[in-house]
Design a protein around this ligand. Structure first.
Ligand code: SF4
Ligand code: SF4
Length: 350
C-alpha cells in the first residue's frame, strides 16, 4: 500500500475525437458513451479528498464534451489545478466558456506550416490553432503550445521555437511514444531536440530522453510508478489500471473513488506496476512524468530542472516581456508567415 497520495488525475471524459492524427490510435477505435457530469463531479470531490493536486481533462478531444466548462469549474472549486490539451478545432467557438478555469491550456501544434500540421493531424487545423492563439491572448489566457516530436517533423522545431519566443509562450516538446508503422525517435533525433533545452520558451524534459537512452522501463527494476502517482478514470466511470494504454483491469467507481483506491484489488495491481510484459521498454510520457517524482535519481533531477525552467519562462520571463511590450503584437498567422520556411527534412535542418 502506498502512503503517498497520487498527484495527477487523468480524466478521460470522452473517447470521441474530431481529429485523425497519424500517430494516435484513439480515433481508430469505437467510442463508448461520454462521462456523465454527476459522476465527474463526485470523482473530482473524492480526488481532492484523496490528496490529488492536478486534473488533466483528456480524451479524445475534450472540447467535444458539452459539460467541460462545468467540470473545470468544479475541479477548481475543489482546489485542483486543471490541465486541458486541445487540437483547437473547437476552441474559438468555446473559449468564452473556458476562460479563467484552465491553469494549463495546451494547443497542439506539430509544424510551422499548414500543409505539414494538417497532414499530421489529418484535419485542416493549422488555421484554427493560429486563431485560437490570438483569441486566447485577447482573453488574457497564457496557452502553451504542445509539439509532438516525430521523426518526420523535427525540422519544424527551430521555427516553432522562434515563433514561441516572439509570442512569449512556452513550446512544450513532447517526444512521441507510439508511432504506428514508423520508426521511433532515435538517439540523433533526441540529441537534436536536446539543443533546444536551454532556449527561452522551449520546454524539453531530458528525463524522457534519458529513459529512452536506457531502453525504457525495465520490468525487473521498474521505474514506472504509475499506480502510485496517477489515477486514470474512463468516461464510463471506471478506474483504469495501471494505465490507459495497457490496461489490465477496469474497476467500477459506483462505490466511490476513495473506497476503490484503497481496495485489495488496486493494491495487488499496484504491486505489479511496471512489471507486465507490455511494460518492457515503455516510455509513455504522461505516466512517467509523475513517476519521476516518486524516486530521487537522475530522472527526477532532469525532470525537476525542466519544470523549474518552465516556471521561470512562464511566470517570470513572459510577464516581464509583456510588461516591457517585448512580445510581438501581430496575429499568430502573420508571425508564423514571417519566419523563414523550414528545410524539407530533419536531416537538412541539422
Ligand atoms: S487530437 Fe489527440 S486524441 Fe484526437 S486523434 Fe489527435 S492525438 Fe488522438
Ligand atoms: S505500460 Fe508503461 S505506464 Fe503502463 S504500467 Fe507498464 S510501464 Fe507503466
Amino acid at each position: 500500500m502506498s502512503w503517498i497520495p497520487p498527484l495527477l488525475l487523468h480524466y478521460y471524459i470522452t473517447e470521441r475525437c474530431n481529429s485523425r492524427c497519424s500517430f494516435c490510435d484513439i480515433w481508430r477505435q469505437p467510442a463508448g458513451p461520454d462521462a456523465l457530469l454527476e459522476d465527474v463531479e463526485r470523482n473530482l470531490h473524492d480526488a481532492a479528498r484523496l490528496g490529488l493536486r492536478f486534473v488533466d481533462f483528456t480524451g479524445g478531444e475534450p472540447l467535444l464534451h458539452a459539460d467541460l466548462p462545468r467540470m473545470l469549474r468544479r475541479a477548481r472549486s475543489e482546489g485542483l489545478r486543471t490541465t486541458l490539451t486541445t487540437n483547437a478545432m473547437l476552441y474559438p467557438d468555446r473559449a468564452a466558456e473556458l476562460v479563467g478555469n484552465v491553469d494549463f491550456l495546451h494547443f497542439s501544434l506539430d509544424a510551422s506550416t499548414a500543409a505539414d500540421h494538417d497532414r499530421l493531424r489529418g484535419r485542416p487545423l493549422f488555421d484554427r490553432v493560429m486563431a485560437s492563439i490570438d483569441l486566447a491572448r485577447q482573453l488574457g489566457e497564457k496557452p502553451d503550445l504542445l509539439f509532438t516530436a516525430l521523426p518526420d517533423n523535427l525540422h519544424h522545431l527551430p521555427g516553432l521555437a522562434e515563433f514561441c519566443r516572439r509570442l512569449g509562450l512556452v513550446l512544450i516538446v513532447n517526444p512521441v511514444f507510439s508511432h504506428r508503422e514508423k520508426r521511433e525517435l532515435n538517439p540523433e533525433d533526441l540529441a537534436f531536440i536536446d539543443q533546444f533545452a536551454r532556449r527561452p520558451f522551449v520546454y524539453v524534459n531530458r528525463a524522457f530522453h534519458l529513459l529512452r537512452k536506457r531502453g525504457g522501463n525495465s520490468i525487473v527494476q521498474p521505474r514506472c510508478r504509475v499506480v502510485d502517482s496517477v489515477v486514470v478514470i474512463s468516461p464510463q466511470n471506471q478506474l483504469i489500471l495501471p494505465c490507459y494504454h495497457h490496461e489490465q483491469a477496469r474497476i467500477s467507481l459506483a462505490e466511490g473513488l476513495a473506497a476503490c483506491w484503497h481496495s485489495a484489488a488496486v493494491n495487488e495491481l499496484r504491486a505489479q506496476q511496471g512489471r507486465w510484459p507490455a511494460c518492457a521498454g515503455c516510455t509513455l510520457n504522461c505516466y512517467f512524468d509523475p513517476s519521476f517524482a516518486c524516486r530521487i535519481d537522475a530522472l527526477f533531477m532532469h525532470s525537476m530542472a525542466a519544470k523549474i525552467k518552465y516556471a521561470r519562462d512562464k511566470y517570470v520571463r513572459a510577464p516581464l516581456m509583456r510588461t516591457l511590450s517585448r512580445t510581438d503584437p501581430r496575429p499568430a498567422a502573420g508571425i508564423m508567415a514571417s519566419l523563414s520556411k523550414p528545410d524539407d527534412s530533419p536531416a537538412e535542418a541539422r
